[in-house]
Structures are given as structure tokens and as C-alpha cells.
Design a protein around this ligand. Sequence first.
Ligand code: FAD
Length: 293
Amino acid sequence: MKIFILAHTHSDKDLCAKLSNQISADGAIWIGEKCDFDFFGVEDLIHVDSNNSIKSGRRLSDHFDEQVVIVGLDDGFTGEILASFSVSAYEPVVWGCHGFDYCKDDSDIVLQKYGFGGKVLYTSKISSGCVQFNSKAIDSSAREAKNPSVVSLDGQDSVSFEILESVESSDENKDVTSADVVVSGGRGIQGPEGFESLKKLAGKLDAAVGASRAVVDMGWIDYSHQIGQTGKSVSPKLYVAFGISGAVQHRAGIQNSSVIVAINTDRNAPIFDICDYGIVADWKEVLEKWVSV
Ligand SMILES: Cc1cc2nc3c(=O)[nH]c(=O)nc-3n(C[C@H](O)[C@H](O)[C@H](O)COP(=O)(O)OP(=O)(O)OC[C@H]3O[C@@H](n4cnc5c(N)ncnc54)[C@H](O)[C@@H]3O)c2cc1C
């Protein structure tokens, strides 16, 4: 069984190179027109000259006639490619992995991932299929570039899926998943204008702005800021929650933060059970003092 690292035009190449090193990938797969592979330090490269995730997954499935494990980062486009491969090849996909190792007894791969909102750490093993790796769990340095041999997968696709248009997000705010500091607001900040104040503090701390689902549902801020079970998972060095009660679905997205600070008027709010520093106070009072420091 061989391990292939998967990357595409929008991937973070640095992270891909590190992931490739961490899992000792045998080969790499590049999805996209311009093919600059040698970042990953592997000997075998497969190039799929396509920006179509579904067709790319199908072509990969048609190509491999041996057992492979394809490992990618936790971005949406990678997820689509892996899902398409998985359906075509009847192989499993394991999402959001934090740990990756080799089984001592056989050639299987051992994976670790959190479940039930972080209450359980699963250990599982697979001999072939797809793995999506949590970016924050990548910790090794990049390995040296090589001059790999390239196989191009061209040809007719029978899949009826076309991307008609692709528009870059106009949101200039920092991404919550990669920021070292995240400043979040919930229903307790009392209205969409609360986020204007939060953005001031975020600017001061070079932080990203996050939100609970309640306020996203009310249209106070865009979904791209939502943190939690049905939003994004974050793992910043500092997470600050203003007026967020700390429902289990929100906690699922913040459990990997190094330090959590919560500001809430209700001393019995569940967020105080998991935070490192809790302040029982009105959010605005704390925010204004912080901004003025
Ligand atoms: C299937 C499912 C998936 C979900 N996914 C998510 C998810 O991904 N992310 C998510 O966040 N939620 C999610 N939810 C919703 C979740 O259950 C909660 O409803 C939501 O997180 C509550 O948001 P909140 O804390 O902003 O609001 P509330 O629970 O209403 O809490 C507001 C808090 O603000 C405090 N407050 C009020 N006034 C002030 C003030 N002046 N100063 C300071 N504090 C004040 C209150 O004491 C309260 O604790 C999901 C729910 C379901 C069923």
C-alpha cells in the first residue's frame, strides 16, 4: 500500500510539504493546471489537469489499481475530491484527523480523531482509502525537494458535473481557522453593531472575528465566521468569547484553543465550565477597557 499526499491550486504548499514529511508520503497528487510538484519531496507524482473536484476524484479512482491511502488537508475542495474518489472507488474517508501513524503489526495506518464534540478520541486503522488531516495537527518541517517522475491523468470524463463560475470571497477579514487569536461574539452582544466593536479589538490584537450560530442565524454576521459543530473548528492560542453561553455545539469548535477567556453576565453560563479565565461582566464594559489599554 502506498500513501499519496493530495494538493491543488488553492492548497497551502508549505503545509502540504510538511504533511507530506509527517506521513512519509510515497507520492503526490496535484489537481490543477499549473503543476509545481517538487515541494513535497516525493518520487512519484500524479497530475490531474482539471479544476473540477468531482471529475478529478473519478479519474484518480480509475487510475489506481493498487491499494492507496490519499491524504489531504481539511479544506473544502480537498474534501470534494476525496468524497468523489471515495464514492467511485468504494473506499472509506476519515475526516478531521489529528494523529497519523503506522500499525506495528501490519501495513495499515492508524488514525486518531476527536468525536462527540471532543469528548472522545477515536483510534482507528485503515489499509486503503482517504484521510483528511486537520491543519493544526501538522507539526513537522518540510523535506527536501526531489525531481519526481510525473504521470498525467487526462481523458474523457463521464461525470456530468461542471463548475459554471468561481468567485473569490470578498470577505477581507482574517480566517478564524488560521488565526492565533480569535475574538468571538454571541447573542449577548445584543446586535450586529456589536461586531463593529469586536472588530476594533480584533484589529488591536491581530485577531480573527468569530461568532456563535445564534447570531449567524439572525444575520448579524456572515456564516464564514461561525464556530462550532456546524461551523468551523478553531485552535488559536487565545479564544475570547463575548456574550456566548457555551452550548455544547459551540464548545465542539473551540476545545482545541490553548487559552479560553469568557465574558458573560450570567455566572452560571456553561462557558465558565470550560474557560481558563472567566469574567462576570457586561461584554461592552470589558471590551471598551481592553481596546483603550
Ligand atoms: C444541530 C445543531 C448544531 C449547532 N451548531 C452550532 C455551531 O456550530 N455553533 C454554535 O455556536 N452553535 C450551534 N448550535 C446552537 C447552539 O445550541 C446554541 O443555540 C448557540 O451556540 C447559542 O448561541 P449564543 O451563545 O450566542 O446565544 P445564547 O445561548 O442565547 O447565549 C447568550 C449569552 O450571552 C450572555 N449575555 C447576555 N447579555 C450579555 C451582556 N450584556 N454581556 C455579556 N454577556 C451577556 C447570556 O448570559 C448568555 O449566556 C447548534 C445547535 C444544533 C441543534
